[in-house]
Design a protein. Structure first.
Length: 72
């Protein structure tokens, strides 16, 4: 996953956790605007989330943030 997408994902997780607490869940769609304005990055995130890690549709933001920080 490219560094810019990883940094954006970590920032989104941080914001969600700050706003709603450590129990908040999210999907990879949280990393994008409501419209599909960057299909390449969307598919990159989907591939990381679904194919590579076989994550559920919603996961805890703290889990995703740690995975991103660890470079998984």
């Amino acid at each position: 996953m490219r560094d810019s997408l990883r940094a954006k994902a970590i920032a989104v997780c941080d914001a969600k956790i700050a706003a709603k607490g450590e129990g908040v869940g999210l999907s990879f769609y949280a990393f994008f605007a409501n419209r599909n304005d960057d299909p390449e990055r969307l598919m990159e995130a989907a591939d990381w989330w679904i194919r590579r890690h076989r994550l559920d549709h919603f996961e805890k933001a703290v889990k995703i943030r740690e995975m991103m920080k660890e470079g998984l």
